[in-house]
Design a protein around this ligand. Structure first.
Ligand SMILES: [Zn+2]
Length: 282
């Protein structure tokens, strides 16, 4: 089973995770820039983080045989802090980098006017740079949040076929499907969305334009949830080809809209003899 995790925050994961992901079939991933838990107090904090997503993390992933790309943006939560909003003006110099395959995650957290502004401005940046957009949908007030999100996308210069709506569930999947956007589902341990519910959604709505991710970060999460969905699909009677469409071809097609996917990473065995990752700066 070949797997592309289209949304995972490897910055907060260990090398054991990379190894387990490779063993499970993960060969490519996209790491969206996000809120780090500790609020940042200046744009410089974002720039160091963006540089890590462009340099250090792809290097680390490659040691484990996994192709790493990222999406960059001012996240919805920090869009509410005026100390951070100048990041939007600096984004153009990052969005031209080779491994940036979308603008994201953008979208709504608490649905404030500041978030309205950041979402609209960054959809425009995606359109200007020929990039698709990864749009986070709120965890509270989900359906109202989705309606408002889709309205803003429709008013933007970015066509819905170039937008991935993420963190969908049973309450939002219908409206999201009707919008013409790509459909992202984050599978979590215990809460929000699990693999059995995902299989039920795939049975009801089909496998077209559907992407499944682990959204693993520093919270309780599981970087192998993509594989677990693949196994649950097979157990429920989906074919290997269906699984390949959801776990590989759909993410390749969506992020391929950037024209920047590079999926040829050498096998890891030759790269890390011994017990620890290369530390860079040979
Ligand atoms: Zn995320």
């Amino acid at each position: 089973m070949r797997i592309f995790d289209p949304h995972i925050h490897m910055t907060s994961r260990t090398t054991d995770d990379y190894q387990a992901m490779y063993a499970a079939g993960v060969r490519a991933l996209v790491e969206p820039s996000f809120w780090l838990g500790q609020p940042r107090t200046s744009p410089a904090g974002f720039f160091d983080y963006f540089d890590a997503l462009l340099g250090w993390e792809p290097f680390r992933a490659a040691q484990y045989g996994i192709a790493h790309h990222c999406t960059l943006a001012l996240n919805p939560k920090e869009a509410n802090d005026p100390r951070c909003t100048p990041v939007i003006d600096a984004l153009p110099r990052y969005l031209v980098k080779d491994s940036v395959v979308a603008v994201g995650e953008i979208g709504y957290d608490s649905m404030t006017p500041a978030e309205d502004h950041a979402l609209a401005a960054q959809l425009q940046l995606a359109a200007d740079h020929g990039l698709p957009a990864l749009v986070h949908t709120p965890h509270r007030d989900k359906l109202a949040g989705l309606h408002r999100t889709v309205d803003v996308i429709r008013e933007s210069a970015l066509p819905t076929e170039r937008v991935l709506l993420d963190h969908l569930n049973e309450t939002t999947v219908k409206h999201a499907t009707d919008s013409g956007c790509w459909l992202g589902f984050s599978i979590y341990p215990d809460t929000k969305m699990d693999e059995e519910r995902m299989v039920a959604i795939l049975k009801a709505y089909g496998t077209e334009k559907v992407l499944v991710n682990s959204a693993a970060d520093w919270g309780k999460s599981d970087p192998l949830k993509t594989r677990k969905v693949g196994d649950a699909m097979l157990a429920a009677g989906f074919t290997e080809d269906d699984v390949d469409q959801v776990l590989w071809r759909n993410p390749v097609a969506f992020y391929g809209l950037s024209g920047r996917l590079q999926l040829d990473i050498p096998e890891p065995e030759s790269l890390h003899e011994g017990n620890s990752i290369l530390r860079g700066g040979e």
